[in-house]
Design a protein around this ligand. Structure first.
Ligand SMILES: C[S@@+](CC[C@H](N)C(=O)[O-])C[C@H]1O[C@@H](n2cnc3c(N)ncnc32)[C@H](O)[C@@H]1O
Ligand code: SF4
Length: 464
């Protein structure tokens, strides 16, 4: 019988499979993926979408990007900008507030938010007063449904009690803190230092302020990490009992992220060790009572994400995993991404160019994509595959046309060809992805992606 769980196969055998199947490919945080989106996006299509939001009394999700940080972590792949210039930060915040007002003036219906997320950069690097002003404006212009889920990403090193108090007062109940690794040599190599005691105290402070959900971000594949040092980090972090954990594979793209060039490539763990570290995280967090969410997230079993995954209704958008399928997402601020059922749009990524566009009265859109029927159905298939580990074609998928049907059948055939490796098993409606197959979800999604053939010039990160 084919082993379908990597825990039942010797690691060497899994490594050999990975070497055979390892390729580069999109992460599918969206479909169509960002490199497919074109500039400029049709402005009228964007406004038309804003005009219909809230029509059926449905709340939206709102994302605000605050790009500034105190210092650069060498591994960072986010749209983050280091500054100590308060005037620069205030100019950006003025622009962001103008964007909020301008977007809200295009609403034709009383739009509410049910999810509000602040990301970055480091939103809590902003002085509390300025953060309060932004939050009050957003809540006034896009009021929250009574129990709106409000969450924030923070760097605990710059997050004061005053920040935590302000956020709690404004209804934030979820906080996500970046930690990455606890080993002193690794921390030195990535220029980010923080002790176990400090993170433990930070979690206590957040809980004392009433945060109900604390997430910790870790990264595997960092310079000087070994499997032993990583296991120690994972074990120590598990003992802090965060509600959720994310273990991201380090994305090393020094040609795009110049500061990553300061990382010595010879210090990076091998592909085998990277994968071994992901296994270690599954073993240790599993033994500590956490449930794996998707491939690299973990949650306590009573957490909403774990419950949603159990019930086959886990979903993903640009803010990460969510329990609400198909929520329209409005992304504001530089590089902010909006994800609507009929279009994607992304704002200009430089904070200064973004602010200038706003000051000149323009919408700061950089690029986007209007989804046709083919894109919409494919997006549904890929998202369901990535989140709920099932590969099937939705009812009436063939109404789109014979070319689409033939392509989908062919993609299903390609997925089926992975059955003999134990990555998928036949199910009533298609295929179920096994635990082993979870390591290769990106490979399983790629056959459905009609744009992939045109993207030979795009550098993707490794699929595993
Ligand atoms: C916007 S950052 C975190 C918030 C905050 N600025 C901090 O550093 O604590 C979100 C997360 O992305 C992850 N991340 C950043 N760069 C990465 C990279 N190159 N590869 C993988 N994960 C990365 C880190 O785990 C980080 O905590
Ligand atoms: S990891 Fe966080 S704190 Fe570090 S540079 Fe990136 S966004 Fe800023």
């Amino acid at each position: 019988m084919i082993a379908t769980s990597w825990q039942n196969i010797p690691e060497e055998q899994v490594f050999a499979m990975v070497e055979e199947l390892d390729t580069r490919g999109p992460r599918y945080t969206s479909y169509p993926t960002v490199p497919v989106w074109k500039a400029p996006l049709n402005r009228d299509a964007f406004i038309k979408t804003l005009n219909r939001l809230g029509k059926d009394d449905e709340a939206i999700a709102v994302y605000l990007h605050l790009p500034f940080c105190r210092q650069r972590c060498l591994y960072c792949g986010c749209n983050a900008h280091i500054t100590h210039d308060e005037a620069r930060m205030h100019r950006y915040m003025d622009a962001l507030e103008t964007e909020v007002r301008r977007i809200a003036s295009e609403f034709h219906f009383p739009v509410k938010h049910s999810q509000l997320h602040l990301g970055g950069g480091t939103p809590t690097y902003m002085p509390t007063k300025r953060l309060a002003q932004l939050l009050d404006l957003v809540i006034e212009k896009i009021p929250g449904a009574k129990n709106a889920d409000r969450s924030i990403e923070v760097d605990p090193r710059v997050t004061t009690d005053e920040h935590l108090g302000l956020l709690a007062e404004r209804g934030f109940t979820r906080i996500s803190a970046g930690l990455q690794d606890l080993n002193a040599d690794v921390q030195h190599a990535i220029r980010r230092e923080y002790t176990l005691l400090e993170i433990s105290e930070f979690i206590e402070r957040a809980r004392a302020r009433g945060f109900q959900s604390v997430n910790i971000d870790l990264i595997y594949g960092l310079p000087l990490q070994t499997r032993n040092s990583w296991r120690e980090t994972v074990q120590a972090v598990a003992s802090l009992r965060p509600d959720r954990l994310a273990c991201f594979g380090y994305a090393h793209l020094p040609s795009r992220m110049k500061h990553q060039q300061a990382i010595h490539e010879e210090d990076l763990p091998t592909s085998r060790d990277r994968l071994g570290m992901l296994f270690d995280a599954h073993r240790i967090f599993g033994a500590e009572g956490y449930v794996g969410i998707g491939m690299d997230h973990f949650a306590l079993p009573e957490d909403d994400l774990a419950v949603a995954q159990n019930e086959g209704r886990l979903w993903r958008n640009f803010m990460g995993y969510t329990t609400t399928r198909g929520l329209e997402l409005l992304g504001l601020g530089c590089s902010g991404i909006s994800e609507f059922s009929d279009l994607f749009a992304q704002n200009i990524s430089s904070p200064e160019v973004y602010a200038t566009a706003i000051e000149q009265g323009h919408l700061p859109l950089e690029r986007g994509h209007e989804l046709n029927a083919d894109d919409r159905v494919t997006k549904q298939i890929i998202n369901h595959l990535m989140c709920n580990l099932e590969v099937n074609l939705p009812d009436q998928f063939d109404v789109i046309g014979s070319e689409f049907s033939a392509r989908m059948q062919q993609a299903m055939g390609q997925v089926g060809s992975f059955e003999h490796l134990g990555l998928v098993e036949k199910s009533e409606s298609g295929y179920h992805i096994t635990q082993l197959g979870q390591l290769f979800v990106r490979n399983l999604a790629m056959p459905f992606d009609r744009y992939l053939a045109e993207q030979s010039n795009v550098v993707f990160s490794k699929t595993v």
